[in-house]
Design a protein. Structure first.
Length: 95
């Protein structure tokens, strides 16, 4: 993880479905959004919940999604804070 996602960059939320706790909501998995802001670096909540003594520290990003893309309606955006391991670069044609 490099922390190189710039504001405005399109990203896709990974579709993984871990057996334990995750802070990546199902309703955004697989969807493309754009980076709005970097929130700093924090311990990965999934690993904290699993009881790891030393959870990974990763950048956390605020990602905006069009409500219409998530639910088929709405003219507003939905923002979600996501750890870097939850996202990947989206293709240019997906932006």
């Amino acid at each position: 993880m490099s922390g190189d996602f710039e504001v405005g960059r399109p990203v896709r939320v990974r579709t993984t479905d871990p057996a334990g706790h995750t802070r990546a909501p199902r309703y955004v998995r697989g969807h493309v959004g754009r980076i709005v802001e970097r929130q700093g670096s924090w311990e990965l909540a999934d690993e904290r919940a699993a009881g790891l003594d030393r959870p990974r520290v990763e950048p956390v990003y605020t990602v905006a999604f069009a409500a219409r893309d998530l639910w088929g309606e709405g003219d507003h955006e939905v923002t979600v804070d996501l750890w870097e391991s939850y996202i990947e670069p989206a293709g240019k044609d997906e932006a």
